[in-house]
Design a protein around this ligand. Sequence first.
Ligand code: NAD
Length: 484
Amino acid sequence: MNTTTQPAHAAAAMSAHNFRLVIQGELVAAQDTFDVVNPASNTLLAQAPKATAAQLESAIAAAKRAFPLWAALSWEERSGYVQRYADALEARKEELITLLTLEQGKPRATMATSEVDAAIFWVREVGKRQLPVETIEDTAEHVVEVHHTPLGVVGAITPWNFPVLLGLWKVAPCLITGNTMVLKPSPYTPLTSLFFGEIAVGVLPPGVLNVISGGNELGQLMTEHPDIAKISFTGSTATAKHVVASSASNLKRLTLELGGNDAAIVLADADWEAAVEPLFWAAFGNSGQWCIAVKRLYVHASIHAAFVERFVAFARTMVVGDGMEAGTHLGPIQNKMQYNKLLDLFDDTRRNGYKVPLGGTIDTSLVGNFVPVTIVDNPPESSRVVQEEPFGPILPIIAFDSDDEAVAKANASPYGLAGSVWGARVRAIAVAKQLETGTVWVNEIHIHGIDIPFGGHKQSGMGVENGHEGLAEYTNTKTYMFKK
Ligand code: NAD
């Protein structure tokens, strides 16, 4: 096999694919289409169907029609379907990985492969989970049972940074708990979701999973729609505020996974040399386009200079480029909107004269949305690069003097998604317990699991995904009491 032409063939095949909406178990064209662009070249990748409001109505109606039969199946029957869907995804996974790199930009050999593998694993394993009936009381006179019943039609709205994983993170728990779904991916990355929706055709009963693509207005229509019982939304805090407002009409259930400005704290007694590599990937993986990317790195003043030097040396070895090319560590920024935001942030960093030991200038003559790995050494707390969620490959490394100071700075954010602490175990755990975030890691980072609830505090979200709690969010709690 020729390793240089094989990816080119695979890429050409995906660009030539006829992407269609998935409604009522059928592939449906739209009258209009919109361009999806490869961020590594800014050339047309493929056309996506632009669903009309009427097609969204059909998708919601299909999900509503499918709901009673799907909900009436036993857990075991639904589990069979969901696991057969995992098998079908597995069979097409190489195409899905290629498509993910082409539309999102992440390197095919590493992050795109691990995103698709993780997503399929999630579908298979969540497909084995159940929410058992809980018996609260069982006396001579009385039985009290708590059941979990499905909600109905769920609307899923996803962002452009991890379109496969974040989409299937919603599909699997939604379906296994007996709901049906209409999923709307980001207009920047609709193709992978249309593709995994297409894979479900003939595997899941018609109407159980519908996928539509189009503009942001479809998201707004979904959040307002009276036949949608719940919205599971992953995206920015700003958009989530619109979602909350327009979901009020029928008091939709909401799960909101939002932005973050995660801090990592490296204490004076940390094995900091061992922490450099994991912290690099935690900050720069997916080119920093990650809700839980480390976005502020606080390092104790006694080790700060040595840490920065070692971190920069490691970062220098990274290759930024087209994710289809072997040897690329970090791909492009997914879209021009985000790229332009980064141009502005880089300008601000330069104008303010902050110390930048690596990167700092975006070469706008490159055809792709490539942004160099950039480290900002000890900018002030008030700087934009510390206060904002950059969503790109730029990281401030900030010195602190005491544990209390680090905790206060880490918590001084409207966000509260995740955080990590690196140091001798007991002290690091004591610091970690003070972080106001939904997830805290100590001497490790970015561990997720089917049974591990994940969600944000403060303006980073509402509710959780994964774990028993995550499944329960797709259900109503229903209490039965029987007199004996
Ligand atoms: P975004 O908020 O711009 O868009 C997210 C989705 O919302 C898209 O599908 C978009 O079409 C849709 N949308 C836009 N306007 C809408 C409206 N008025 N009503 C309903 N839906 C609407 O976010 P993005 O730029 O795609 O993603 C980046 C953001 O997502 C970052 O802030 C990141 O931190 C966050 N994110 C969070 C998590 C998490 O799990 N916490 C994961 C990934 C990304």
